[in-house]
Design a protein around this ligand. Structure first.
Ligand code: 4AD
Ligand code: MG
Length: 479
């Protein structure tokens, strides 16, 4: 007999049919004559209840079935006697694939802390929370490709190993095949990267943008969706050393077009989650509410997960310049009362997440797009305004802060070259990037959405380590 997934059974509820299900035991309760097994196969959040007659299936076999065991059950579906589910499976035959020693199996049918589950990330997929998060994650990946495909974009694979540092932040992981204990040296005593695998120094990419720009100046509308790597030593709930980024890049788009695209795209993803992940979101909504009960009142969010998602859909994002935002922050209560960790003194200050969240959660009370930042706190490639600002845009979300960073790009050769000189970025190494400004250059714009930041928003999880299967953070690369 062919196995059927629990998702399909619960969608159809074919009472009276004979089926074979396979999965992992969440719980087993036994009375004298019957055993009740809750089975989950990961296809959906819900479990299927198995009813096993002790005499028929055998006491010895049933006693080997405990939480975590993998089993297959053949039987007839019947209308459920108990509350909570419409159908249950009356077992004719049970096969044990793998037992799980109840003395040793770390996941018991009780609430475990997220911190503990991070230490057993190889098993945490088997919990409701992580199976829900990973199903939502899959749906978001699918929706991203769907959105761009439907809007005439082409997906470009940008390289993972590069010789450039697109953001210029110097936070790259080096890639080498040299013997780091005894590397070859040049005549100045420095490591001789000419002898390295690529004949030069290379690193893992921090962004696929520069390559996406090359493709956009031919295919018009492109996007990348790949892993990016940053060796920034920030141990926060919103930073990973390895995260996934979606980077659309569009020829002939200016900053306004870029903002329109980003807002439409984010709203599409939120709507997709609401439409396609209802059961998992309902579970995550309740999980978030439960978690927040243990927080002091002022740290709880004003809205539940689903309510917050619908709220973002309904409201237009507020578009504000950096200069205006600084005015608002300077005059804000927490700034005047020195409640911020970083007090905003003057124009030019880099915004911290506390400031971004103040603007979104307290002042505007909706997502905000900040534009036209000082050029000194942004990357070299951004389009320069007449004053000391660049055509940057950051999108700020409640609870998260920056979720998107993007800009219109500097398409004028001379201006770009001058800026690179000011920042000591070697033009000769970036000759291919400069070439696009020499031949058929056009205004163009793009942005990067941090996929895991988006995942935080649509799952209501509060730590970024819990929305990627295997987080990479400082001092942690287990699994
Ligand atoms: O603002 P960032 O650095 O922008 C870029 O990399 C541009 N090249 C994007 C572009 O214009 N094509 O990063 C973009 C987004 C941030 O807004 C944030 O959501 C996410 O990437 N991000 C991180 N997410 C998790 N962990 C980190 N360490 C992150 N750093 C950035
Ligand atoms: Mg940024």
């Amino acid at each position: 007999m062919k196995r059927i997934e629990i998702k399909k059974i619960l969608a159809k509820e074919p009472v009276g049919e004979k089926v074979l299900v396979k999965g992992w035991v969440r719980n087993r309760r036994a009375s004298k004559n019957v055993a009740f097994i809750t089975l989950n196969d990961g296809s959906v959040l819900s479990n299927l209840q198995i009813v096993a007659d002790v005499e028929k299936i055998g006491h010895e076999l049933l006693s080997r079935i405990s939480t975590g065991a993998a089993i297959g059950v053949e039987g007839i579906l019947q209308e459920s006697q108990g509350a909570g589910q419409k159908v249950e499976l009356v077992a004719d035959d049970i096969t044990i694939y793998g037992e799980a020693d109840p003395e040793k199996y770390p996941l018991q049918p009780k609430k475990h802390s997220l911190e503990f589950l991070r230490e057993i990330a190889h098993l945490r997929f088997r919990t409701n929370t992580f199976s829900a998060v990973n199903r939502v994650r899959h749906n978001m990946i699918f929706a991203i490709h769907q959105y761009f495909h439907d809007h005439g974009f082409y997906n470009i694979h940008s390289p993972i190993i590069t010789a450039s540092d697109a953001e210029g932040a110097g936070e790259t992981f080096h890639v080498t095949s040299l013997d780091i204990g005894n590397p070859p040296k040049d005549e100045n005593g420095k490591v001789d990267y000419k002898q390295d695998f690529f004949g030069r120094q290379t690193n893992l990419t921090v962004s696929g943008q520069l390559e996406a720009e090359l493709a956009a100046l031919a295919l018009s509308k492109v996007y990348t969706f790949g892993p990016t790597f940053r060796a920034e030593n920030s141990n926060t709930k919103r930073h990973l050393a390895e995260f996934w980024m979606i980077e659309p890049e569009v020829a002939f788009n200016d900053l306004d077009d870029n903002m329109d695209l980003a807002e439409d795209f984010l709203k599409y993803l939120i709507r997709f989650a609401l439409d396609n992940c209802a059961e998992d979101l309902a579970f995550l909504d309740k999980r978030m509410a439960d978690e927040e009960k243990s927080l002091p009142q002022n740290q709880r969010s004003e809205m539940g997960l689903i309510e917050k998602m619908k709220f973002v859909l309904k409201n237009e994002f507020e578009r504000v310049t950096y200069t205006k935002a600084i005015e608002i922050l300077k005059n804000s209560k927490p700034n005047k009362k020195k409640k911020f960790d970083y007090i905003i003194e003057e124009w030019g200050a880099d915004l911290q997440s506390e400031h971004e969240r103040y603007l979104v959660e307290k002042h505007f009370k909706k997502p905000v797009i900040l534009t036209d930042y000082p050029k000194d706190i942004k990357a070299f490639y951004m389009k320069q305004n007449e004053d000391d600002t660049v055509r940057a845009m950051d999108i700020l979300f409640p609870q998260i802060g920056e979720i998107v960073g993007g800009s219109q790009r500097e398409e004028e050769y001379d201006k770009l070259a001058r800026r690179m000189d000011e920042l000591n970025i070697p033009q000769e190494e970036m000759w291919w990037f400069m070439d696009t400004r020499k031949y058929g250059s056009v205004p163009h714009s793009g942005f990067g959405l941090g996929f895991e930041r988006m995942m935080l928003f649509v799952t209501g999880m509060s730590n970024i380590r819990d929305v990627i299967p295997f987080p990479r953070t400082p001092q942690n690369a287990e699994f």
